[in-house]
Design a protein around this ligand. Sequence first.
Ligand SMILES: [Zn+2]
Length: 262
Amino acid sequence: MIIILALIGLLVGGVVNRLADQLPQRRSLLKAGACASCGRPYDWGGFFAVAAFPLRRGRCPACAAPLPLRPILVEIALILLFPFLWQQNGWTLLFVAESLYASIFVLISAVDFEHRRILNVVIYPSTALALLASLLRIGHDTRLAGVVGGFVGFVFFFFVFLLGELLMRMLRRSSGGPALGAGDVKLAAFIGLVAGWPGVIPALILGILLGGLGALVVLVVQVTRRTYKPLTSALPYGPFLAAGGLAMVLWGEKIVRWWLRT
Ligand SMILES: [Zn+2]
């Protein structure tokens, strides 16, 4: 059964890669993504990167440009996530919901890393799905837990967003853009719906801490390479927030228990 779930993870990974290739460019989902350097469309290898990557030694068969690493990372992540979630939940609606959430977090991270954007076409349906699930009490004990979590996530990040805009204006920095985008506010609301109350608090704290850690790593690399650029333009925040949300999907109960004790 683990093998079957890993295969489902691989298939969903292919779907996530297709969405990450095509949605930001507004291209047809029925067509495969294409090599960024020569434009040759990916064949099956675009869908099963774990097989294609080693077979083609990491290079495009037409122009020998290095293949991107993201498709293979996405597939490996979902090949691991699906069996893990199934072992926790069995064949339940909760398993369906959590594997969807995990896939969405992976998709949002991939697109935000590559394009610095959180797409409305992804985040709105995801939020509607999480809202429906929480009203059906899938993943939450009460009908209100998800809604309250989503509201807290939205309000909290909305104020962080406003504060960031205000600071930028005071510093009169027109370049660099805001530290936190409007997409991050929507993402925080989605994470809140998924994590519920009180899980939304440790989820967002975890995301903020991971983001800070990531920013520190980038800063150290930039300083050692002497290529300092404003951090705000160097790092998208979404993947770190999504990682916090994913941690709640994987270990939610443990994290909440630990959070309530401290
Ligand atoms: Zn190529």
